[in-house]
Design a protein around this ligand. Structure first.
Ligand code: C5P
Length: 236
């Protein structure tokens, strides 16, 4: 399993958000020396499939962000199918429940010491209180995040994906055990894009984030490698 990052650069996860594999490979080649992990999301994976992970994985550790959510048997099968691609991190929805997470963990164990880190997604940051209530959940989003975080960790997840604002409540509830991967960060002074509730990389790490996910601040920079170095320097 990928170790908790020991350097500022190792904390950076570059989100390679594009359906164009050549472009993603260009970013991976430029960024891999300056970041810890390369994130392949649904857009890239569904465009080109497993080959994407092989090609990006040639440059560095891959976070395969597929947010799996299905019956336990199917999720376990998906995890087994993904193991040959040797992803360093995989996501699944905590809302799939403890049996689903436990089945994913059992399947991942087949890779032994090289198994991927299993990260649970709690409440998507796109879901507000009204949307959550409309799904039948009476709790506030903040309460539901902590409830699902507890459930996921007890069922065998190694960590969680959470917003910068959720890091402190999750650390307060669950201590240092969960590996926390945090998107929605923006270097001071950079464009927000569609991210509304953001924190700087420094604040996210100070609150207890292990890894921070950066997409456009790296990929849309004139010099992505220089942008990554600058953020690592800010963290160091
Ligand atoms: O470009 P940007 O830095 O906003 O990209 C953030 C990455 O993190 C994207 O891949 C996005 O899908 C992902 N993400 C997020 N917010 C979440 C979960 C994942 O921005 N709550």
């Amino acid at each position: 399993m990928l170790a908790r990052p020991a350097t500022a650069a190792a904390r950076l996860v570059a989100a390679l958000d594009t359906p164009d594999l050549a472009r993603a490979e260009g970013w991976a080649a430029a960024l891999a020396p300056h970041v810890g992990v390369l994130k392949v999301g649904l857009e890239l994976f569904t465009a080109l499939g497993p080959e994407t992970v092989r090609r990006i994985g040639a440059h560095g550790p891959v976070f395969l962000d597929l947010k799996l959510h299905d019956i336990p048997n199917t999720v376990a099968g998906a995890v087994r199918s993904l193991l040959p691609l040797r992803p360093a991190m995989l996501t699944l929805h905590a809302a799939g429940g403890a049996p689903m997470i436990a089945a994913a963990r059992e399947a991942a164990e087949q890779a032994g010491a090289e198994r991927p880190i299993l990260l649970a997604v709690t409440v998507l940051t796109s879901i507000d209180a009204a949307t959550l209530a409309s799904t039948g959940v009476a709790a506030s989003p903040a309460e539901q995040v902590v409830r699902l975080a507890r459930l996921a960790m007890a069922a065998g997840a190694d960590g969680l994906v959470c917003s910068p604002h959720e890091v402190a409540p999750i650390r307060a509830a669950l201590g240092q055990a969960p590996l926390l991967v945090v998107p929605g960060v923006r270097p001071a002074g950079s464009a927000l894009g569609d991210q509304a509730r953001v924190a700087t990389p420094r604040d996210a790490v100070a609150a207890g984030a292990d890894w921070i996910v950066l997409g456009r601040p790296l990929t849309q920079a004139a010099d992505p490698a220089a942008a990554a170095r600058a953020i690592a320097a800010e963290l160091a």
